[in-house]
Design a protein. Structure first.
Length: 223
C-alpha cells in the first residue's frame, strides 16, 4: 500500500481527502504544519507528499524546495487556492511535480496521485538488504540467506518500513499509525509488541533488527 503525507490545516478538506484516498487503497497521514510534516519525514519517508500552499508556519512551495533538496525524485503535489500563472510557475520551480487548484474533485486528485506514483515507481530501491535479509518491494517477498520467509501483511509492512529507513530509529507510535488503521481491530501498543516478536522469530532473530528501548526499532547493518 502506498503511503502519502498531506500537509493541510483545513480539517474538513484534509479529512475528506484522507477518507477518499484511503477508500481507494492509499494510506494518507495528515499534518497541519510544515514543521510537523518535516519532523515526520526525518524519520520515515512516504511515497508521495501533498501540501497546501498556505500553512500556519510557512508556505507549501518552501516545503517543496526542502523535500527536493533531500529526495530529488519524491513526488510532490501542491494544492492551493492560488491559481495565478505566476504562482503556478513558482510552485514548479520550487520542486512541485503537479499543481491542483481548490476547489478540486476528489476523483481528479486521486487520478493525479496514481499517475505520479506510476511515473515514480522506480525511484525507490526495488530490493533492500540488511545483513542476510533481503526485501523486494516489487514482488513483496522477503528472504533470509536467500531462503524465502512467509510473513503476514502487518509483519511485511513493519519490516518494509524499517528497511526503507535503515539506520534511522522508527518510533512505536509511528509504526502503529502507519501499519494499523485507528478504526481497525488492532489499536493498542501490545499489538506491535506481539507482531515484532513474531517477526523476529520468523527472521531468525537477526542482529540487524535493533530495539531502541522505550522508543522504537531500527534496522542497522552489522556485517
Amino acid at each position: 500500500m502506498a503511503c502519502l503525507y498531506y500537509a493541510e490545516d483545513d480539517g474538513a478538506i484534509a479529512g475528506a481527502v484522507k477518507e477518499y484516498l484511503e477508500d481507494e487503497g492509499i494510506q494518507t497521514v495528515l499534518f497541519s504544519s510544515i514543521s510537523s510534516i518535516r519532523k515526520a519525514m526525518e524519520s520515515s519517508r512516504p511515497d508521495m507528499v501533498l501540501t497546501d500552499w498556505i500553512l500556519p508556519d510557512g508556505n507549501g512551495d518552501e516545503l517543496c524546495s526542502w523535500i527536493r533538496s533531500r529526495w530529488p525524485k519524491l513526488p510532490v503535489i501542491l494544492i492551493t487556492v492560488r491559481g495565478e500563472t505566476e504562482d503556478i510557475v513558482k510552485g514548479f520551480r520550487r520542486g512541485a511535480d503537479d499543481y491542483l487548484t481548490k476547489p478540486f474533485a476528489l476523483p481528479v486528485l486521486h487520478s493525479r496521485v496514481l499517475a505520479l506514483l506510476r511515473r515514480a515507481d522506480g525511484w525507490q530501491e526495488r530490493e533492500i538488504t540488511c545483513d542476510f535479509l533481503a526485501l523486494n518491494t516489487e514482488k513483496m517477498t522477503v528472504t533470509v540467506r536467500q531462503e524465502p520467509v512467509s510473513l503476514s501483511r502487518a509483519e511485511y509492512e513493519i519490516l518494509k518500513l524499517l528497511m526503507m529507513n535503515k539506520g534511522r530509529t522508527i518510533t512505536r507510535e509511528l509504526l502503529l499509525e502507519r501499519i494499523w488503521d485507528s478504526s481497525g481491530s488492532y489499536v493498542n501498543d501490545n499489538t506491535l509488541t506481539v507482531a515484532m516478536k513474531r517477526l523476529r522469530e520468523k527472521l531468525g532473530h537477526p542482529a540487524c533488527l535493533k530495539t531502541v528501548r522505550s522508543f522504537g526499532y531500527r534496522m542497522e547493518d552489522t556485517l
